[in-house]
Design a protein around this ligand. Structure first.
Ligand SMILES: *Cc1c(COP(=O)(O)O)cnc(C)c1O
Length: 386
């Protein structure tokens, strides 16, 4: 089976991890702060806070922005459940905004319409999560303008978009958001095994997130509420978590970071091949907005169901039977049983439901061979030409 995504681990990665294992500190040593510095320097953000997953990063990001009970978090429903679970962790309410037909990202127009209604009902969101689906940035400039008008904070869920660009700048620079979150899970762009990072230009938010990732404990006298009892003294001043990244993970990330740009180039080259090889088939191929340089974390095709005799499920099953590890990203979050109790009005989400009915993710990863790429194209051609 050709998987839809796969990490690449080279000897240099293994050596970097082994070096840490031989060192004095396998966690809370030098590798984590160095990884934070390298990633934040690379994207042009002031601060990077490394944690044990993007899910944890989303959680501490929401808490740092003050999200809590009676607040609302809004997000697009075509995403991984972590993009909205972070709101529920904070005791907030979660609601969704339909996607754009072309980019599969949150639709700024529908966002504006929904904000105007929420304003009248006095239930505006405190946080909007903009997911950069497949590695293409959402329309951040427009969403940022809306945030100024309606007073919400923006978190970019850039789990797919590490190394991508928007208006000529790296995603993660936080020009149009308070905080950007990266994932380093093995199917994503670069990996630390499990891992994530929150990027920000706001010193206060960075400090808050650092505190929350490590039990809410401080060793900084200036922040303590009491006089230190002695040199061993530390204080817990918030209810935090153990969301720390280890130096073992950070070492792997540092080594992988050296190949980030190369990975994105290889993913773009595969996408370019798919774009030309699939253009005659009854499909809608992914469009990348001129504002964006996509990472192509995912290559999602849309079936033109009116032109073929097969259902999405049949196409999916035939491709799997031919050894093509296709996938679907994602089941609309509100359709999961856990979310059904929130009783959302489904008719608001026509683009989301249409997308879920037509979308199929094709394999794409940096080490994918030309032979594997051709197998995907010929299998898909065979299925759709029946
Ligand atoms: C993978 C993913 C996450 C969660 O990342 P983890 O590092 O596995 O916690 C969140 N949001 C999106 C859009 C993702 O794809």
């Amino acid at each position: 089976m050709i998987p839809y995504g796969r990490q690449e681990i080279l000897q240099a990665d293994i050596d970097a991890v082994v070096d840490v294992l031989h060192s004095d500190f396998i966690t809370q040593g030098d590798a984590v702060p160095l990884f934070e510095k390298r990633v934040s320097d690379f994207v042009g953000a002031k601060y990077g806070v490394a944690v044990n997953s993007a899910t944890s990063a989303l959680h501490v990001a929401c808490l740092a922005l003050g999200l809590g009970r009676n607040d609302w978090l809004w997000v697009s429903p075509i995403s991984f459940v972590a993009s909205s679970n972070c709101g529920l962790y904070c005791g907030a309410n979660v609601d969704f905004v339909d996607i754009e037909e072309e980019s599969f990202n949150i639709c700024p127009k529908k966002l504006e319409e929904k904000l105007l209604i929420a304003q009248k009902k006095d239930c505006l969101p405190k946080v909007v999560v903009a997911v950069h689906l497949c590695g293409q940035s959402a329309e951040m400039k427009r969403i940022f303008e809306l945030s100024l008008q309606f007073g919400f904070k923006i978190i970019e869920d850039a789990s797919h978009a590490v190394g991508g660009k928007y208006l000529g700048e790296y995603v993660g620079k936080c020009r149009y958001s308070a905080i950007t979150v990266f994932s380093f899970h093995p199917v994503k762009i670069i990996t630390t095994g499990e891992g994530g990072m929150a990027l920000t230009n706001d010193a206060g938010l960075a400090e808050k997130m650092r505190l929350l990732r490590s039990h809410g404990i401080t060793r900084d006298e200036a922040k303590m509420l009491s006089e230190p009892d002695g040199p061993w003294y530390y204080e817990q001043i918030e209810l935090g978590f153990n969301y720390r990244m280890t130096d073992i993970h950070a070492a792997l990330g540092l080594s992988q970071l050296n190949r980030l740009e190369n990975y994105i180039e290889r993913r773009n080259a595969i996408a370019k091949y798919y774009n030309s090889a699939l253009q005659q088939l009854p499909l809608k191929l992914p469009l990348v907005n001129g504002n964006c340089y996509s990472t192509y974390h995912l290559y999602v095709i849309r079936l033109q169901l009116k032109k073929i005799d097969l259902s999405q499920r049949e196409v999916f099953e035939i491709l799997r039977s031919k050894g093509i590890g296709v996938n679907i990203h994602y089941i609309p979050i509100f359709q999961h049983p856990y979310y059904r109790k929130f009783k959302l009005k489904i008719d608001e989400f026509s683009n989301t439901l249409k997308y879920y009915n037509e979308a199929i993710t094709l394999p794409i990863f940096p080490s994918m061979t030309k032979d594997e790429q051709q197998k995907v194209v010929s299998a898909l051609s065979d299925v759709l030409k029946r």
